[in-house]
Design a protein around this ligand. Structure first.
Ligand SMILES: [Zn+2]
Length: 141
């Protein structure tokens, strides 16, 4: 089931507003978050249009957590954060997704909750392409 107003269901221009698709994993789609105040920040969206983790079967939930773990490992490997923060909000979107936000000791928002979109730091197209490529190398092997 798809929701035609949902960025994660429809992709294309709706996703372009905030993200760049990196790849698909078993149960999820992975996007680089264009706002890069936290270097390496990504989104792991479930392939199904469900609002809550409770709407997945136990098997689907376990597989989704494996995908999230795989992406978290890539974040650690590529960006060496001191902590990864995990956030699943979606009050208005209703499509299950987690923000994986690398946090760096004594740097931006360290010790606090990350903002949904601080709208402070974007990269050049070349820098985005480089980051996407690095993630693909780790996630798609
Ligand atoms: Zn959706």
């Amino acid at each position: 089931m798809k929701d035609t107003n949902c960025a994660y269901c429809m992709e294309g221009t709706l996703v372009d507003a905030f993200g760049i698709k990196i790849c698909e994993l078993e149960t999820s789609k992975v996007y680089l978050f264009k706002e890069q105040s936290h270097p390496g920040r990504v989104i792991v969206a479930h392939k199904k249009h469900v609002s809550e983790i409770t709407e997945l079967t136990a098997q689907e939930r376990a597989a989704y957590m494996e995908d999230i773990n795989k992406v978290a490992q890539a974040v650690h490997q590529l960006f060496h954060p001191d902590k990864v923060n995990y956030g699943a909000y979606g009050d208005t979107g209703h499509h299950l997704h987690f923000h994986l936000v690398p946090k760096y000791k004594d740097q931006y928002e360290w010790g606090g909750t990350f903002a949904m979109n601080p709208a402070e730091k974007t990269l050049t197209e070349t820098e985005y392409a480089d980051m996407v490529e690095k993630y693909r190398e780790v996630l798609m092997k």
